[in-house]
Design a binder for this molecule. Structure first.
Ligand SMILES: C[S@@+](CC[C@H](N)C(=O)[O-])C[C@H]1O[C@@H](n2cnc3c(N)ncnc32)[C@H](O)[C@@H]1O
Length: 313
């Protein structure tokens, strides 16, 4: 992530535009501490940096090495379990997943705004959008199909269930899309009250081919005029797109319709995606639903099973 120049320079630009000298800042999900260091350099009087993993030790070490330990205080734990000694002027949180909300950023902000942010305070990012489009991406079904065969002579019946209910990182070209992307969610992180989201769209297929699933991605406005996205065709960042697979590949022709309803299921410290809908054939004599689907990363547990390289199993 630190070597992702597009992401990191966009956040630095937003932090420099938003943080004023003397302000108090929270970096929620501080990882290496880089956003906290940017805030300190931008003139913050105090920066609280919350991180749930052992990365706090790594970050603390860098903080000391860079002479910032007077200003930046690292706190280990999940933000929802932490209290701060004072309210802050700015909350920064780079807890953005490939489909935007995967790391529970909305819930993180609802909690942080309510407990830590001064009235009239600022947040980075300010707004996020999530987009989806039906795509051709055969490698995903190669991975799911792995579990339908005997593995070293044994059946692993749950392997296929888990793999089908998993989202997969992939880099999609615009030429792999079958329809214009739709914006499923627009969330203003400064005012959002609810992180249980649901939205549905019907895609009109624009060319023939085989649809394997839906690519999902985000665009985020960090501050006024500072935007980042991992959309197909945009400058490459460390975020790929994520694929929500169909249960099986489907042959489509121009004019067919695919309905997709996308839903978030946020839990206290994690978030699951549901995707359901139907593929409707419009070109045959008999117009029909050729496939219905109802999948969820909730049923993909343990998700690691599907994403580990088959060669390592
Ligand atoms: C995508 S990384 C970004 C790290 C760093 N902010 C950066 O920009 O390089 C997100 C980090 O946030 C942490 N994190 C996510 N949600 C958190 C939460 N609610 N409380 C504490 N840490 C959290 C994760 O453990 C992870 O290290």
């Amino acid at each position: 992530m630190l070597s992702d120049r597009i992401r990191t320079s966009a956040f630095r630009k937003a932090i420099e535009a938003v943080v004023r000298p003397g302000q108090v800042v929270l970096d929620l999900g501080s990882g290496s501490g880089i956003m906290a260091f940017f805030a300190a350099k931008a003139g913050a009087r105090k920066v609280y940096a919350i991180e749930q993993t052992n990365l706090v030790d790594f970050a603390q070490n860098a903080c000391t090495s860079n002479g910032l330990s007077e200003k930046v205080s690292f706190i280990k734990g999940h933000s929802s379990d932490i209290s701060l000694p004072e309210k802050v002027d700015v909350v920064i949180s780079e807890t953005i997943g490939s489909i935007g909300f995967d790391e529970n950023i909305i819930r993180n902000f609802i909690d942080a705004r309510g407990r830590f942010l001064k009235t009239g305070g600022s947040i980075i990012p300010a707004r996020m959008r999530v987009f989806c489009a039906p795509v051709s991406v055969p490698c995903v079904h190669a991975r799911i199909g792995f579990w339908k065969r005997k593995v070293w002579g044994f059946d692993f019946p749950l392997g296929h269930e888990y793999a089908a209910n998993t989202i997969y990182p992939a880099r999609i070209r615009q030429s792999q899309m079958f329809a214009r992307p739709r914006c499923f969610f627009t969330v203003d992180l400064g005012t959002a009250q609810d992180d249980c989201l649901e939205s549905g769209f019907s895609f009109s297929i624009e060319r023939p081919g085989i649809v394997h699933g839906f690519a999902g991605w985000f665009s985020a406005t960090l501050s006024k005029g500072v935007d980042i996205t991992n959309a197909p065709g945009a400058r490459i960042t460390h975020w790929s797109q994520n694929i929500l697979p169909l249960p099986k590949p489907v042959v489509v022709r121009k004019g067919d319709r695919i309905h997709l309803t996308l839903q978030t299921i946020p839990l206290e410290k994690s978030l699951f995606w549901n995707w359901k809908g139907a593929v409707r054939r419009e070109w045959a004599e008999k117009k029909e639903r050729v496939l219905e689907f109802d999948l969820s990363t909730f049923r993909g547990y343990p998700q690691q099973l599907a994403v580990v390289r088959q060669s390592s199993i």
